[in-house]
Design a protein around this ligand. Structure first.
Ligand SMILES: NC(=O)C1=CN([C@@H]2O[C@H](COP(=O)(O)OP(=O)(O)OC[C@H]3O[C@@H](n4cnc5c(N)ncnc54)[C@H](OP(=O)(O)O)[C@@H]3O)[C@@H](O)[C@H]2O)C=CC1
Ligand SMILES: O=C1CO[C@H](CO)[C@@H](O)[C@@H]1O
Length: 321
């Protein structure tokens, strides 16, 4: 079984594995989670809108029941969806998500996007998406992020979350949060790959002792690739010559090079895969080290290409066109 290094989260001293399994678009989820845990994954990254928290909990429970892990061995992370930003909805949603998972607490709970949308009653539609009516009608809500963060802090007070954090925040929002928080954020989760290196934001987090988790480590996948094709003529990172040359030299795959570039920068990664072979491949990212020159050559690919930009959703679903 492969084991991964950990990152110590400053506010709680809890250790977060540096490689985890992202649960967005995972199919056959209970089996995938169970097999991932058997393979050595100890970090699961879920969210309300991934629509598979119950199945994820089933897979985790099976692993616990079979004695493969104890609850405290697995770092379970989830996220507050945009329609639940109001103070009175944060705990309501966290409790529902915990019940879906079959858990008493999350190790980490993140504000998913710095965007408040109008409340959608979970009894009416769950998981809610970006559009209010499930079609095209996006309605924002007048809820400032400070209110949401204060409600997140109450989750820690009540033992429902050990750590809290944010996702998709830019530097100015992080700085603002640090001005008003009572409990500091443990983690910032952001899009991060060689086309979006995010050096200043990562430096800020380092200086402020906020751990960084990178998502979409291979560049955009799924429908976001459509946006890629429209936005640029850059080759996908799996086929970029810089990546393939380094991969060949180390006898690794391009995916492993991309993940190792992130982990050597001190960043946690949460690649998703529906394939058992790739789950194993993605976990084994620390069996080689790249040179500072190799790391720099990958960082030099930066083009500030952001593919998961929440602002897009507030337009006219342009990326789906
Ligand atoms: N906070 C946020 O707003 C966001 C958070 N996330 C989180 O980050 C996770 C990962 O992000 P995501 O954008 O899905 O991207 P990933 O980096 O997980 O890439 C997933 C894609 O890469 C393929 N893949 C996985 N491993 C390999 C490999 N070794 N070689 C070749 N292809 C591979 C997968 O296919 P296959 O399954 O067939 O292997 C899938 O198509 C999500 O699951 C979610 O938990 C993601 C986006 C936004
Ligand atoms: O985390 C996620 C992955 O990215 C998607 C596209 O922005 C989001 O909708 C989803 O919540």
């Amino acid at each position: 079984m492969v084991s991964t290094p950990t990152i110590t989260l400053k506010p709680t001293s809890q250790k977060m594995p540096q490689v985890g399994l992202g649960l967005w678009k995972v199919t056959n989820t209970a089996d995938t989670v169970y097999n991932a845990i058997k393979t050595g994954y100890r970090l699961l990254d879920g969210a309300c809108d991934y629509g598979n928290e119950k199945e994820s909990g089933d897979g985790l429970k099976r692993a616990i029941d079979e004695g493969i892990v104890k609850r405290e061995d697995v770092f379970v992370s989830s996220k507050l969806w945009n329609t639940f930003h109001a103070k009175e909805h944060v705990k309501q949603l966290a409790k529902k998500q915990l019940a879906d998972w079959g858990l008493e607490y999350f190790d980490l709970f993140l504000i998913h996007f710095p965007i408040a949308l109008e409340y959608v009653d979970p009894a009416v539609r769950y998981p809610p998406g970006w559009a209010y009516d499930g079609q095209n009608d996006i309605r924002s809500a007048r809820v400032p992020l400070q209110q949401t963060w204060e409600a997140m802090e109450e989750l820690v007070d009540e033992g429902l979350a050990k750590n809290i954090g944010v996702a998709n925040y830019q530097g100015s929002l992080v700085l603002d949060l640090l001005r008003y928080c009572r409990i500091r954020p443990s983690v910032l989760q952001i899009e991060h790959h060689p086309y979006l290196v995010q050096k200043d934001l990562i430096d800020l987090c380092k200086a402020e002792d906020i751990a960084v988790t990178g998502y979409s480590s291979f560049g955009p996948q799924s429908f976001l690739v459509l946006k890629w094709k429209k936005a640029c003529d850059s080759p996908t990172l799996f086929t970029h010559e810089t990546i393939t040359t380094i991969a060949k030299k180390h006898g690794k795959t391009p995916a492993q090079v991309l993940l190792r570039w992130a982990t050597q920068r001190g960043i946690a990664v949460i690649p998703k895969s529906n394939s058992q072979n790739r789950l194993l491949e993605n976990l084994d990212v620390t069996s080689f080290d790249m040179t500072p020159e190799e790391l720099a050559s990958i960082s030099a690919l930066n083009r500030n290409l952001r593919f998961n930009n929440p602002i897009d959703y507030l337009g006219k679903f342009s990326i789906f066109a």
